[in-house]
Design a protein around this ligand. Sequence first.
Ligand code: AMP
Length: 176
Amino acid sequence: MPAVGVVPGAAAPVRACVGLGANLGDPLAQMRAAIDAIARLPATRVSSVSSVYRSAPVGYLDQPDFYNAVVALDTRLPPQALLDALLAIEQDGGRTREFRNAPRLIDLDLLLYGDEVVELPHLTVPHPRLAGRAFVLLPLAEIEPGCVVPGLGPLAALAPAVAGQAIERLGALLVR
Ligand code: AMP
């Protein structure tokens, strides 16, 4: 019996990228816990983890800086099952949704799912705000430098547009 949500007979895993962000509690510990939980998902292997970055909040500015990272996974979970699993990990991490751009314990975004474009009622991939965010593009470029974003083109070509955003690379996010 395949695990629930796995594409029956799916031959090859898909390289998916997940963005992590946190700015309440102990952000680095929460990010490590989320990556541990992602690594325990069925039919999923974490292939790489970016450095952690600190970035200024966008939208709602009266809140602490964010810590951000990106992880690359090889997964046979289909996109919606992967998103549902990520949302469950957010819930387990104590995530609540007060208002848009609010401070948060942990935020997980499905940035890329191979070269697929996904348009489902509650899931859009590539993530619609991927291109405008230095805190996504910099860690993503670190672990998937040759990546081509479906509909947008090579990742490297997107970087100049976010060059003015306040962000600092802190170093490795030590995960088990
Ligand atoms: P937020 O907490 O602001 O990141 O928004 C989460 C909501 O956005 C979820 O309930 C998802 O259904 C929806 N959503 C749509 N596309 C994505 C995506 N690529 N990654 C994460 N959430 C998504």
